[in-house]
Design a protein around this ligand. Structure first.
Ligand code: CAA
Length: 387
């Protein structure tokens, strides 16, 4: 039975900071950010957008196209969770009016969370072929104002529907995984800002990529030239470019060009959004599908990396007619609606969002109608409202 991704929904908040503005403010050469890091813009979440609200908004992009009574599983992967105990997915389930029988929970392994959920969902649908699963990755990447990691922040969510006979991507059997207990990136319970050993993190990402990519090819008896595209977790697009260079070195010119072109398409949305941790690889997938013209049955390799660290390589084949499931105009309009913040406005918005509102304070959103947002706490219980 074929199981895989049937729908993809994407949400990013309504504010961004431009990388050239940021470079000027930090006294850096803009080309360091544009070329050296490979980012053009960075999404900024204000106090009213968090992992939960963004996850609801991403799922709403396709919710009216699915049979809600068939959803048997809802998994929420996040690094930026909102509660130490209650799963983010329960807030989502309530907002979306999913049935009480749905099995739902949150998973954590840095940026690996959506992939973990996707694999669980694939296996769930294999056992329950008449049911579907919603898997959400939703994150705000925060390193702090004027830190080295600042240019690699971002905010957004991707939600996917997993079902049998999917309309977008069939997930293939098999995977290669690799994990090691290391300290490249972590976030203590009392900190809203991530801690990172930046240079080390960029090196281990590449080592893990080589491990799982080579192992996958060996196990599946595949060669690099068999892939029509390889996509990556993109903490910033230059990182993926470095991995893709490793993938294509020593390849013939045709393979090299094909994988370079597909990488180029896959990084476009990330360049305007920034790092969205768990959802980043799937933003690459969405970008690839929207910005290239791959044929049905194309083989796509996916590299997932979560610091700490856990990596996995797996693959899928595109389903005939997949383009009809996408909404590139809608995604473009969502990016175009964003307000360009000055660096001062970004800093104020960023710092304000680090604060918890006073209990009982009611927050208002400046988003468009229909968007869900965090409206403050009542008795320290988080309240989510629709604009
Ligand atoms: N023109 C063009 N390029 C320029 C330039 C200019 N004027 N000035 C500098 N550059 C280039 C540098 O040569 C360098 O390129 P290479 O990497 O190819 O050598 C690049 O710009 C970055 O320069 P630096 O290394 O000097 O940058 P930095 O010290 O400010 O730090 C960073 C960069 C380590 C990525 C930092 O932003 C960081 O710590 N980010 C957060 C950690 C991160 O994202 N790690 C990724 C792997 S971990 C992961 O994937 C999990 C996750 O999501 C966090």
């Amino acid at each position: 039975m074929k199981v895989g991704i049937d729908k993809i929904g994407f949400y990013t908040p309504n504010k961004y900071v431009d990388m050239v503005d940021l470079a000027h403010a930090r006294g850096d050469d803009p080309n360091k950010y544009l070329i050296g890091i490979g980012q053009k813009q960075m999404a900024v979440a204000d106090q009213t957008q968090d992992a939960v609200s963004m996850g609801i908004n991403a799922t709403l992009k396709y919710l009216d196209q699915i049979d809600k009574d068939k959803v048997g599983l809802l998994v929420f992967g996040t690094e930026s969770s909102v509660d130490q105990s209650k799963s983010a997915s329960l807030f989502v389930k309530s907002a979306l009016h999913l049935r009480p029988e749905v099995r739902t929970f949150e998973v954590k392994e840095a940026c690996f969370g959506l992939t973990a959920g996707l694999i669980i969902a694939r296996d769930f649908v294999r056992v329950h072929p008449d049911e579907t699963a919603i898997v959400i990755g939703s994150d705000i990447a925060r390193y702090g104002v004027a830190t080295p990691g600042e240019v690699t922040q971002g905010a957004g969510s991707i939600s996917v529907l997993v079902k049998s006979d999917p309309a977008i991507l069939t997930l293939n059997d098999g995977h290669s995984a690799y994990s090691e207990d290391i300290n490249d990136f972590w976030r203590p319970n009392d900190s809203k800002l991530a801690m990172v050993d930046g240079k080390y993190s960029t090196q281990v990402y590449l080592q893990f990529f080589e491990n799982v990519f080579n192992q996958y090819k060996k196990d599946r008896k595949l060669e690099t030239k068999d892939f029509d595209a390889i996509i990556y977790h993109l903490p910033f697009t230059k990182q993926g470019l470095k991995a893709n260079r490793l993938a294509v070195e020593d390849q013939d010119e045709t393979t090299k060009k094909r994988l370079e072109d597909s990488f180029e398409a896959s990084k476009q949305l990330s360049m305007e959004v920034g790092n969205i941790y768990t959802a980043s690889l799937y933003l690459s997938l969405l970008s690839l599908l929207e910005k290239s013209d791959l044929a049905a049955d194309s083989l796509i390799g996916l590299f997932s990396y979560g610091s700490g660290a856990m990596a996995e390589f797996f693959s899928g084949n595109l389903v005939d007619g997949y383009k009809s499931q996408l909404d590139p105009e809608g995604d473009e309009a969502m990016l175009a609606r964003r307000q360009r913040l000055t660096v001062k406005e970004y800093e104020d918005t960023f710092n304000k969002a680090l604060e918890d509102p006073k209990d009982g304070e009611v927050l208002e959103s400046d988003e468009v109608a229909g968007t869900w947002y965090f409206a403050g706490t009542e008795n320290y219980i988080r309240q989510y409202k629709k604009k």
